[in-house]
Structures are given as C-alpha cells and as structure tokens.
Design a protein. Structure first.
Length: 238
C-alpha cells in the first residue's frame, strides 16, 4: 500500500471516528438509562423493547451523505487521486456498515440475556388476511441468529450508505438544482409506478418470494450503486 493510499485511509478513519463514537455513546447511554429506570421503577405492565437496526440505518445514510462534503474536497486539495479516494471511501463505508451491524446485534444478544423482555415483538406486518409480528427482519426469512441479523443490517446499511453517498456527489457536482432535480425525478418515478401499479406488483413479487438471499442481492445492488459513483467522482473539482 503506497503512502498516499495510507494517508487517505487514515484521514477517512479519523474523520469518521468522532461521529461514530458520539452516535454509539448516545445510543448505549440512552439504553442504559432506560433499562436502569425500568428496574428502579418496575411496572409489570410496561415492556421495554429496542430495535437498534433503524438507528444504524439512519446514521449510516447521514454519514454517507456527510462524507462527500467533509472528506473528498480536502483530500483532492491535498493531492490524493480520485482512484485512491474512491477505493478508500468504499472500503470505509463498507466496514462502517458491517461494524455497525455487528455492534448493534452484539448489544441485542447481551440485552437479551439479561433482559428477557427484549424478545417482545415490536413490529406488525399485515398482508391481506395474515398478520406477522417480529422484532427484526430476520424473523421473517429464517431463524433469527446473530449472523442472519448482521448480514441483514449490513446489507441494508451499506445500500443506504452507497445511495446517499451517490446523492451527495450529485449535490456536490451539480448543486441544489441537480440534487433536488434528481430527488424530484426519483419521487416522480415512484408516484408514477404506484399510480400505474407496476411498482406495487414489483414489491408484491419480492415479498411473495421473500428469502434470505434477497439481502445478499441488496448488498450487491449497493456495491453497483457505489461503483456508479466513480463516474461523478472522477470529474470532481474543489
């Protein structure tokens, strides 16, 4: 690994370290306070259940968007090549998605051991005459294990990271007009698809054949989206 690639990687890690630590400190701190209060003020009618997946999805999407403005201009100014930035940012975002998933589900396993109420289902999905209750998407596709939950959270997390990274590049490259124009086209396509019915048929087809391999496909889709971002990155200016 050459010195420039090492320097780029170090800068990315340094830039991501602070928000990563703040995010997990707040999330874990809030959980400890809540569970502590539940023991101090015990109420059999109260059930506490956490889903850490959704917070890490949102955090990843925000950080993926923020990374473009906070890291890339500085690295280009310092002389790092677009290819090095592309490789390092992709590896860093992928590692972030996997690390978030592993931490979230390790915490889930620990809390499950000491606080059995975490097993309570916190989501309900209704499809026609059927109703499903679950605490994680893994409950819908296979036996919920640490591995299955990590794969699902990592795939969704990286997909959102890649999508928002690409969106941030569009904003950076083409300004508010290009960025909001892209969002408008995306929302218009969704509305048109719903109105025509083909989007509903598409998602119905997915859920009717829903299985674990979908999340490997989602991860691959995220990788493809990230690869597309190089088209914009290679022409970026500061």
């Amino acid at each position: 690994m050459d010195a420039q690639l090492k320097g780029t990687f170090y800068y990315f890690l340094t830039n991501m370290k602070r928000p990563f630590l703040i995010f997990w400190a707040i999330l874990v701190g809030f959980m400890l306070i809540t569970y502590g209060m539940s023991y101090l003020f015990a109420d059999t009618a109260t059930v506490i259940a956490y889903d850490l997946s959704f917070p890490i999805y949102i955090f990843g999407a925000i950080l993926g968007f923020h990374t473009v403005k906070s890291c890339i201009p500085y690295l280009i100014k310092m002389g790092s090549t677009r290819a090095n930035i592309f490789v390092v940012s992709g590896a860093s975002l992928f590692a972030l998605a996997c690390l978030n998933a592993m931490i979230a589900n390790t915490i889930y396993v620990i809390v499950e051991k000491v606080h059995s109420e975490v097993k309570s289902a916190i989501f309900t999905l209704e499809t026609g005459e059927n109703s499903y209750t679950f605490s994680h998407l893994a409950d819908l596709v296979m036996d919920s294990t640490w591995y299955s939950r990590v794969v699902i959270d990592a795939s969704i997390g990286f997909f959102l990271l890649a999508a928002f990274f690409l969106l941030a590049l569009i904003f950076y490259r083409y300004g508010f007009i290009g960025g909001f124009g892209t969002l408008g086209i995306f929302m218009g396509t969704i509305a048109f698809g719903i109105e025509r019915g083909w989007l509903i048929d598409f998602f119905s087809s997915i859920f009717s054949n829903f299985h674990f391999t979908f999340f490997y496909q989602l991860m691959l889709t995220g990788i493809v989206i990230y690869l597309l971002s190089y088209v914009l990155m290679r022409r970026l200016t500061i």
